[in-house]
Design a binder for this molecule. Structure first.
Ligand code: AMP
Length: 308
């Protein structure tokens, strides 16, 4: 089934204890779309770039079945640029530069051919822009998922509250969940956030996995213990892309299927961090993805019946 992804398509510069990159391709929308493209062949993206953005990257997205008709190219303007530096533990990072450029006045135009999509993934963007996308779709998708970050909680709280009322599932990390709910306990935080609107909530805990909350159930997926993490940039977006891509592939929005989608997202994120930027996501095989999902299965699969 079809998926519409909305999110930044950007240039990033990344510094980790393993090395440093100049401007490379990044953006939440890019990571989501690449990750989801392994699960669904019918994906569309809405975003904006400047004249400086390489046509070959757009062609590359296209070659993966992603429609780029909804990526506006702004003449004479520059693409969104973000730079970040990770600390030694790789769990925390400092944002060094955020140049909004074309994102500053982003008006998300939905091409006519994008109407009637089955699923919508709203990547991290201004909540007012995320809301505009929902309002501009003539038919409500079967499931609307949304990401956000502390930046928007600080500067656009009211907009954020208006927007999360309209979505089915919010995908955030533990730090963001605590800030949003003003609760330290993750279970209390989840309850409060779900009272703000979304029926489902995913709280990502980095190397400690992810929790999926539903109206009356909770599911936990571990993260795969990896020997080397080169660059965590985009891991959260890649998780979201794998999650929503799996939902779009199966067309099933039951809690049971969301559990499988969380594993699919976790598997994709575990690949993303193995190389800098989007490199690893560019050339995965179906066999590799299946093998990683299998690793997750054996990581948590055990039998206890005959112990006592
Ligand atoms: P993540 O590591 O999952 O938080 O995502 C990192 C990606 O988000 C990078 O590729 C950035 O280009 C993009 N990004 C960072 N800040 C923003 C922002 N304020 N709005 C949109 N995208 C952003």
């Amino acid at each position: 089934m079809s998926l519409l992804t909305v999110g930044s398509v950007a240039f990033d510069a990344i510094e980790t204890p393993f090395g440093k990159t100049d401007k490379i391709i990044g953006g939440a929308g890019t990571y989501i779309a690449l990750s989801a493209s392994y699960f669904t062949a019918d994906q569309k993206i809405v975003s904006v770039v400047g004249e400086d953005f390489p046509q070959e990257t757009l062609n590359d997205l296209k070659s993966r079945g992603i429609s780029v008709e909804g990526i506006q190219i702004k003449k004479g303007e520059k693409t969104f640029f973000w730079a970040g530096k990770y600390h030694n533990d790789m769990n925390s990072r400092d944002t060094l530069v955020t140049e909004l450029n074309v994102l500053e006045k982003f008006d998300p135009i939905i091409p006519e051919s994008y109407q009637d999509v089955d699923f919508l993934m709203l990547g991290n963007l201004a909540p007012s822009v995320q809301r505009q996308v929902i309002e501009r779709l003539k038919t409500r998708p079967k499931l609307i998922a949304m990401d956000t970050m502390n930046f928007w909680m600080d500067i656009a709280w009211n907009d954020l509250m208006e927007t999360i009322k309209l979505v089915d599932i919010l995908i955030i990390n533990d730090e963001e969940a605590r800030q949003m709910s003003k609760e330290y306990s993750i279970a209390k935080a989840a309850k409060k956030i779900m009272a703000m609107g979304p029926k489902y909530l995913i709280i990502k805990k980095g190397e400690h996995g992810a929790l999926l909350f539903g109206p009356d159930s909770i599911f936990f997926a571990p993260a795969l213990p990896l020997e080397e993490v080169f660059d965590p940039t985009g891991a959260g977006d890649t998780f979201a892309g794998g999650f929503i891509g799996y939902i779009a592939r199966t067309g099933d929005i039951s809690f049971e299927n969301m559990k499988r989608a969380v594993i699919a997202g976790s598997a994709m994120a575990s690949y993303c961090v193995e190389k800098f930027g989007t490199e690893r996501l560019m050339n995965l095989s179906e066999d590799e993805i299946t093998a990683r999902i299998q690793k997750f299965r054996s990581l948590v699969n055990y039998q206890l019946e005959h112990v006592i």
